[in-house]
Design a protein around this ligand. Structure first.
Ligand code: PLP
Length: 214
């Protein structure tokens, strides 16, 4: 938690207006999130349902926060994630989107969703390949009550700066082609090039909180 105010101040100064900051609080205890809220942060990213639920309970007195799910989403966790998160950034297949749409309708929810795309081969990551996304987009766009906001992507480890910039630019071009406005791109190690390519949401864990604690 130490150092959070200074790191946040530096990031706020460095991020252009219009680029939103998702504080990735996975691996951080609830008290760190409480400190971040006191500094004006409102949007938090978590990648595991159980871990998030425990922290959300511990922070219930703060009132509603803007929770984004950013992890691999297993089908059997879909309902739980829909109940706990207003935004799901890691929708990586039509099948998952259909399931989320069905359950959201049952629950009376209309979550914001990002479609996760995989623009370079990367066995470690999920995501639509761009061709599949283009083909399935007409169906995805109609999956009310889901609200498709934009694309989310991650750069593979080991890609150098120029390669990452090109990847983020490809993602921006694809979002524009589909008419999607939001671009969730950029983590602690690569947010400057993501912002250069037009990111509207950077997802920062380490750059904000230091190393993960739990
Ligand atoms: C963990 C994670 C982040 C944040 O990573 P840092 O390198 O700590 O900034 C961003 N996006 C996703 C999808 C993550 O899983």
């Amino acid at each position: 938690m130490e150092g959070l105010p200074a790191r946040l101040e530096q990031l706020r100064a460095a991020l252009p207006a219009g680029v939103k900051l998702l504080a990735v609080s996975k691996g951080q205890p609830a008290e760190v999130i409480r400190a971040a809220v006191a500094l004006g942060l409102a949007s938090f990213g978590e990648s595991r349902l159980q871990e998030a639920e425990a922290k959300q309970r511990a922070l219930a007195d703060l009132g509603p926060l803007d929770w984004h799910f950013i992890g691999r989403l297993q089908a059997n966790k879909a309902r739980g994630v829909l109940r706990q998160f207003g935004t799901i950034q890691s929708v990586d297949s039509l099948e998952l989107a259909q399931r989320l749409g069905r359950i959201a309708a049952e629950e009376g929810l209309s979550p914001a969703v990002f479609l996760q795309v995989k623009l370079r081969p990367d066995p470690a990551k999920g995501g639509f390949d761009p061709e599949t996304l283009r083909r399935q987009w007409p169906e995805l766009a109609l999956l009310a009550p889901l609200r498709p906001m934009g694309l989310m992507t991650l750069a593979p480890l080991g890609l150098e700066r120029g390669g990452r910039l090109a990847l983020f630019q490809d993602c921006a071009a694809l979002a524009m082609e589909l008419g999607l406005k939001e671009l969730s791109m950029g983590m602690s190690g690569d947010w400057p090039e993501a912002v250069e390519a037009g990111s509207t949401w950077v997802r920062l864990g380490g750059a904000l909180f230091g190393s993960r604690q739990v």
